[in-house]
Design a protein around this ligand. Structure first.
Ligand SMILES: Cc1cc2nc3c(=O)[nH]c(=O)nc-3n(C[C@H](O)[C@H](O)[C@H](O)COP(=O)(O)OP(=O)(O)OC[C@H]3O[C@@H](n4cnc5c(N)ncnc54)[C@H](O)[C@@H]3O)c2cc1C
Length: 382
């Protein structure tokens, strides 16, 4: 089996590489970088439709772009929730007006989005959503009240897509609606950062107190279908790009093992080789899935593979550093979190990998029920 993309993609790869090489070093803050990407048409390659200011690219070209992006050292994307989650959802379920209103600013990198799904009582069990949206007498707009949690990028975002209960007294996945809520509503929306053990605050609590919303995707009461459809877009070509980043992290761990002498420990050697071999397997699995050879459990298998792999790499990263991995730099002040080095950051942040995007346990349940045909999990089992 040939896993190369073929010479016909070389021109596209060169264009992507050259553009990135000439723009990455000038990248200032993450928002400006989104504008730069958007102005050159690099946002929305996978939408399947152009005309919103984006370019249209084949699946292979999207993979090539994602690989070159990961190799280039460009900033982490703050526009990915709008580009990769909301936009495909609007293309599938939005009205023409909604597409015309929201897709061009996403493609231009001008409007950033966050995802308002999880609540204190609704994570894995998302159907437990309690945030309520009440229709105003005008019959067109809504007032949203409730709390979301773990909302990534909420402080940077201009808009949030919110799963809310519009039918009072409804239960589970009935009576839910998918609303687009502008974030700039002082007094009606409050964002509180959540401090993590990495010292950073990548996600937040979001409190809605009568926040105004007027855009419904898919119709009132149809929120569950739209919300589930969006989750189906969560991973795709980005998996291959992610693996390029993983390969670089693994390379850094190998170099650290050589530097510290840990590489002479046969157990460490065995674990390093295992990480390398598993990464190759993940690449072939991702290519097989993208090529249309996956089954209903493929996204869950992919998630299980990479999340566990990345967590074990984090553990290995601190193991090869030895005791040095447990201390901060000499100049850290007691009042502020000190800068973590790459190995420490990898170890601490990768603890979240098996939780977000659907926890390991939930992925195993999906595989058990949808692929292996095992009996469904009894209600209220956990
Ligand atoms: C880094 C990060 C970023 C995130 N960003 C966002 C975001 O932008 N927007 C958003 O809406 N959410 C976001 N989340 C939230 C994420 O979707 C939830 O954390 C996840 O769905 C799990 O929900 P929970 O935290 O409430 O845990 P719970 O659902 O309470 O689960 C706790 C534990 O119980 C297990 N468990 C639960 N139910 C079952 C079951 N039926 N069978 C077996 N085991 C079970 C879980 O696997 C887990 O180990 C983010 C989370 C993280 C870590």
């Amino acid at each position: 089996m040939d896993f190369d993309f073929g010479p016909e993609h070389d021109a596209f790869r060169s264009e992507a590489r050259d553009w990135l090489a000439s723009h990455v070093s000038g990248a200032a803050d993450r928002r400006t970088w989104e504008h730069t990407l958007g102005a050159a048409g690099w946002i929305g390659l996978g939408w399947g439709e152009d005309g919103y200011g984006n370019r249209r690219a084949t699946l292979t070209q999207q993979v090539v772009w994602a690989e070159e992006y990961a190799r280039s050292g460009a900033p982490a994307r703050s526009g990915h929730i709008g580009e990769n989650l909301l936009a495909p959802t609007l293309l599938a379920h939005g009205t023409d007006e909604q597409k015309a209103r929201f897709l061009p600013p996403i493609a231009a990198g001008a409007e950033l989005w966050c995802q308002g799904y999880s609540e204190p009582g609704a994570g894995s069990d998302l159907a437990g959503v309690r945030t309520a949206a009440v229709r105003e007498p005008d019959g067109r707009t809504y007032r949203v009240t409730g709390q979301k949690i773990w909302t990534s990028l909420a402080r940077e975002a201009d808009w949030c897509f919110v799963l809310a209960r519009t039918e009072p007294g409804s239960v589970r996945h009935h009576g839910l609606t998918f609303l687009l809520v502008p974030m700039d509503q002082p007094g009606r929306i409050e964002v509180r950062p959540i401090r993590q053990m990495t010292g950073t605050s990548d996600f937040n609590e979001v409190f809605f107190d009568g926040a105004h919303a007027e855009h419904v995707v898919g119709g009132e009461g149809d929120g569950w279908r739209v919300a589930m459809s969006l989750l189906g877009f969560e991973r795709g070509v980005s998996t291959l790009a992610q693996q390029i980043g993983f390969a670089e992290e693994l390379g850094a761990v190998v170099r650290a093992a050589v530097a510290s002498g840990a590489v002479h420990d046969p157990v460490v050697r065995e674990r390093l080789v295992r990480q390398w071999a598993e990464l190759r397997t993940m690449r072939w699995n991702a290519l097989r899935t993208l090529g249309g050879f996956g089954d209903a459990g493929a996204p869950s298998v992919t998630k299980l593979l990479w999340a566990g792999w990345h967590q074990r790499l984090g553990e290995l990263a601190v193991l090869v550093r030895g005791a040095a991995a447990g201390v901060g730099p000499a100049d850290w002040s007691a009042s502020a979190p000190y800068e973590l080095d790459a190995a420490q950051h990898l170890f601490l942040f990768s603890r979240a990998d098996t939780i977000y995007g659907g926890s390991d346990q939930i992925q195993r349940t999906i595989i058990a029920e949808r692929v292996l045909g095992l009996p469904r999990e009894p209600k209220g089992a956990v």
